[in-house]
Design a binder for this molecule. Structure first.
Ligand code: C2E
Ligand code: CA
Ligand code: CA
Length: 618
């Protein structure tokens, strides 16, 4: 309806005048201008016409019989159907125009007679424009109101969506928290056994240290447990069984430990236990004894009975400890002491042990510098063919001339070197020196080409991945024939962990490098396994040779080992031959070779030159 009128180009005008000439004059003028005009001659008809179809504008004469313009206007304004229609009053000049009344009854303008045409048109036009503007404003208002409503609805919808999104977010946060909790659990526990791990253990230890400082009656202790010879299980039965064993140990021990005490797996075959609220040391040693007792029962894994013992180090907490690491270190030191005194036992830490541990640490530091400072020397001990009494080779044995301690025995530093990994660089140096040395003696015609050089390889050296490449390089650099080189490894080195041993041994065989099993008889090799490996020599451990005297029973296992060697197509070397009786017995047993103080102690290279020149016959 609104748009209907607004779309009309010029507008609808209702003309009310009781004077026909005026009506005529004005209507012609307006129609000329394109307006639609209806003419009426009195108030009554004007009201009817306006109600029948509302005009855009009413031009209303004031002085009319019966009902004057003011009255008509008043009625129009009182009626909601017509009150919006603008009214312009028409008045003659001679009439007294009551302008105040005209406006108060609702008129918007007035035009005086005689009409000035331009004036009439301008006013009509203005009024209509005003009207259109008003309509437009109304329309805009309506639209605005609509938009406001729409926006309000949208906002409502949006807030609903937001509420939903918020709920999702809350759920996500909850899930995240759960995940964090799970991650935290993973970060603080050992995946294999489910026990607390090192990080969690250290945290608990820290709290215990703090508590001990705050509460004088609170006492705690740390147990460090290390399985004895666990490696053998791993090497012989495989890692899976090893893992199973660790889990079984964890389960068995945890079953009787108090839940307040923290039982953790540090890694490998090492476990730790934090015992809280103890009264005295006997509480803790009782726990250690119980653990050893629990472990003395066999484990059944993979349909096998497996026995496992452990060594336990104990340290009692006291207020002088500030760092958890120190407690662990001392418990570890005590554990080593338990191992050294025969394994399967516990040992309580006492502070003098710390001093020894410090010395060991110093040894390690010194060892690191020993190579660059050229503190190592190689000594050579002859190996004698018992049938001929001639020297057929040498074993290279490393010596450490420490700047302040003097001579350090290989028995003291080789284990440290093995543990720290330094053994590989020391070993490489020894092998290069020994090969170089033999090559020099050969060039000086002091040694025959058949003379061999035996070099010891400890387990970590033997299992380094680039061993063969190292050996090739050394042989290439020293120009020594591979047949002149023999390697001595212990039985534990050839326990095949991952099948790599057979391949390494085969590569050595391809190069014609010979292989001896050192300290034979003290390890765990099975004969059928040994039979399959390309091994050339068994070195009978000194502990079997040592007891040999004139008594036939003193031979012990020696005849058996020699016959095993021969049956498997290997030669035998007796180690530690010290007496003529021993030599005589070994000769009667057909032992191929001997080595020991009876022939010669290990010598430095200068003395070997003299020995070779003398060409002794033993
Ligand atoms: P091993 O391989 O069994 O070497 C033989 C050890 O027995 C040497 O001790 C040698 O001096 C000693 N020995 C030789 N004849 C006799 C004897 O008649 N009586 C007695 N009581 N002892 C005798 P050493 O030189 O102290 O070496 C000890 C161990 O250190 C060696 O045992 C070997 O396992 C290791 N070792 C020495 N040099 C090296 C090396 O260059 N590399 C590696 N990986 N290990 C080495
Ligand atoms: Ca050896
Ligand atoms: Ca040996």
């Amino acid at each position: 309806m609104i748009s209907d009128r607004a779309s009309t180009p010029k507008g609808n005008i209702l003309l009310v005048d009781d004077t026909p000439e005026n009506l005529h004059l004005l209507s012609e003028l307006l129609i000329d201008q394109g307006y639609k005009v209806r003419c009426v001659m009195n108030g009554q008809t004007a009201l009817k016409a306006a109600r029948a179809k509302a005009p855009d504008l009413i031009l209303l004469d004031i002085m009319m019989p019966q009902m004057n313009g003011y009255e008509v206007c008043q009625i129009l304004k009182a009626d909601p159907q017509t009150n919006e229609i603008p009214v312009i009053f028409l008045s003659a000049l001679d009439e007294v125009l009551d302008k105040v009344r005209a406006f108060s009854v609702g008129g918007v303008d007035y035009i005086t007679k005689p009409f000035q045409f331009e004036e009439v048109l301008v006013r009509v036009k203005n009024q209509l424009a005003l009207k259109t503007a008003e309509v437009k404003i109304l329309q805009l208002n309506a639209e605005l109101e609509f938009k406001v409503k729409e926006r309000t609805n949208q906002l409502k919808e949006r807030s609903f969506e937001l509420e939903l999104a918020n709920q999702e977010l809350q759920q996500e946060i909850a899930e995240r928290k759960l995940l964090e909790k799970q991650l935290l659990h993973i970060a603080l526990h050992d995946p294999l056994t489910g026990l607390p791990n090192r990080a969690l253990f250290m945290e608990r230890l820290k709290q215990a240290i703090k508590r001990a400082k705050e509460e004088s009656i609170y006492q705690f202790a740390v147990l460090f447990l290390d399985c004895d010879r666990f490696k053998i299980v791993n090497d012989s039965l495989g890692h899976l069984v090893g893992d199973e064993l660790l889990t079984a140990i964890a389960t068995r021990l945890q079953a009787f430990l108090k839940p307040v005490d923290t039982f953790a797996r540090l890694g490998g075959d090492e476990f730790t236990l934090l015992v809280e609220d103890i009264k005295d040391a006997s509480n803790v040693t009782a726990i250690a004894e119980r653990i050893l007792g629990e472990l003395s029962r066999p484990f059944y894994l993979d349909k096998r009975e497996v026995f496992m013992t452990a060594s336990i180090g104990i340290v009692l907490g006291n207020i002088r400890y500030n760092q958890p690491e120190h407690l662990l270190r001392d418990a570890d030191t005590a554990m080593y002491r338990a191992k050294a005194s025969g394994k399967a036992r516990y040992h309580v830490f006492d502070p003098t042990m710390h001093q020894e541990a410090l010395e060991l640490l110093q040894l390690e530091t010194d060892l690191r510098r020993a190579i660059e400072r050229q503190e190592f020397v190689v000594y050579y001990q002859p190996i004698v063919a018992l049938a001929t009494g001639k020297i057929t080779g040498f074993e290279a044995l490393v010596r450490w001339q420490h700047p302040t301690r003097g001579f350090v025995s290989p028995g003291d530093f080789i284990p440290v070197a093995e543990e720290t990994g330094l053994i590989t660089s020391i070993g490489t140096w020894v092998m290069r020196s020994a090969c170089e040395q033999l090559r020099i003696w050969q060039e000086q015609k002091l040694a025959q080409d058949s003379l061999t050089m035996s070099v010891n390889l400890s387990v970590p050296e033997f299992s380094q991945p680039n061993l063969i490449a190292h050996i090739d390089q050394i042989l290439h650099q020293t120009q020594l024939s591979p047949q002149s080189l023999k390697l001595e490894i212990t039985e534990s080195a050839i326990m095949d962990k991952d099948g790599s041993v057979t391949s390494i041994l085969q590569q050595l065989r391809n190069r014609q490098i010979e292989l001896s099993i050192d300290d034979f008889g003290t390890g765990y090799s099975s004969l059928s396994y040994l039979n399959r490996l390309p091994v050339d020599t068994l070195k009978i451990d000194r502990s079997f040779i040592n007891p040999i005297d004139n008594n036939p029973e003193s031979l012990g296992l020696v005849p058996a080992i020699i016959s095993i060697a021969h049956t498997l197509g290997m030669s035998a070397i007796a180690e530690g031959v010290e007496t003529p009786q021993q030599l005589a017995k070994l000769r009667t047993l057909n032992c191929g070779f001997g080595q020991g103080y009876l022939f010669s102690k290990p010598l430095d290279s200068k003395l070997v030159v003299d020995l070779l020149a003398a060409d002794p016959l033993y």
